[in-house]
Design a protein around this ligand. Structure first.
Ligand SMILES: [Zn+2]
Length: 310
């Protein structure tokens, strides 16, 4: 063992305790929030797996050292961040990736998260008709003036307003009009967005060697799924719809008419928890314009929504 320098700027016990309690004894790194306290095998003991990390190092050899800080500031709670051990190690192995400003943001966000009992807020979901057409042709498409006048374009934008990473962000759109094309407008680099027809597939059964021919209707129900969205990230997809025709009408009356059924997952103590929400869509039939309402938690009761979604 070599010489161990005395750790002159270690936090006082009161600072360690308070920073841990303010963090709810959970790691402050977004996406981690591991519990850092738990039972010991001895019935009268607990295990602490967290530590008060220095935002700016205690000594000049440490990471993110700030020469402008006084020794008192280095030992103060303002300079402490509660992390699990792997995350404490992580921030010290890559100083450039984890500057003090980012760590202070984590601390503020995590304390807010604890205040709200760790439930992320619903994403912002907007699905509105836009004027004109932004979709560029994907090939040498000749669009007649009449065809152009018949199409409507709508933009779906989903923004993560919570402090934590959202996974498997799904929007099942039930539209008043059938969709004929869509195009991603803006998708974060690390996010994969899939769009596919949803709802009942066209099923045809024939007996006795008969044959059926026809054209499959355009989908009015689409499932949009984004693999993940970091805090403040958003994605946008443009959709083109055509006037409703008889082929695309729903074959039966459903409880909820035009709406988006949404869901997302977030990590809580190592488990993925799913939350569901509903966005009611209003449709102005004469102008063929869609306007979305605020997303609301889907509590499983449909009565209120049946009235709102028409
Ligand atoms: Zn952690």
């Amino acid at each position: 063992m070599g010489f161990m320098p005395r750790r002159i700027a270690d936090f006082p016990q009161s600072v360690v305790r308070t920073v841990a309690q303010r963090a709810g004894y959970r790691c402050s790194r977004p996406g981690c929030p591991q519990p850092t306290i738990g039972p010991h095998s001895a019935a009268d003991k607990s295990v602490n797996l967290g530590e008060a990390a220095h935002i700016c190092a205690a000594s000049s050899e440490g990471k993110r050292y700030d020469a402008a800080q006084t020794p008192t500031q280095r030992r103060s709670i303002e300079n402490a961040l509660w992390l699990c051990r792997p995350c404490a190690k992580l921030i010290d192995t890559d100083e450039a990736r984890f500057p003090p400003k980012l760590l202070r943001d984590w601390k503020r966000q995590h304390e807010e998260f604890i205040l709200k009992q760790g439930v992320p807020s619903l994403p912002e979901v907007v699905f509105n008709s836009i004027n004109g057409r932004t979709l560029p042709p994907t090939g040498p498409i000749l669009l007649s003036a009449e065809g152009l006048a018949r199409t409507r374009e709508h933009l779906l934008t989903v923004r993560n307003t919570s402090l934590y990473e959202l996974r498997a962000v799904r929007c099942r759109i039930q539209s008043p009009e059938p969709f004929n094309s869509y195009r991603p407008v803006e998708v974060p680099a690390a996010t994969r967005v899939e769009v596919r027809p949803d709802g009942l597939p066209l099923q045809v059964q024939t007996f006795g060697g008969g044959s059926v021919s026809g054209v499959a209707p355009l989908p009015r129900q689409l499932l949009v799924e984004a693999s993940s969205l970091l805090p403040r990230e958003s994605f946008s997809i443009a959709f083109v719809s055509l006037p409703e025709d008889d082929r695309s009408k729903l074959p039966f009356r459903v409880g909820l008419r035009y709406h988006i059924l949404g869901s997302f997952r977030y990590q809580d103590s190592g488990f993925f928890v799913e939350r569901n929400f509903i966005v009611a869509l209003r449709f102005d039939r004469s102008r063929r314009q869609i306007v979305s309402r605020q997303p609301e938690l889907d509590d499983g009761t449909r009565k209120k929504w049946i009235e709102q979604c028409w």
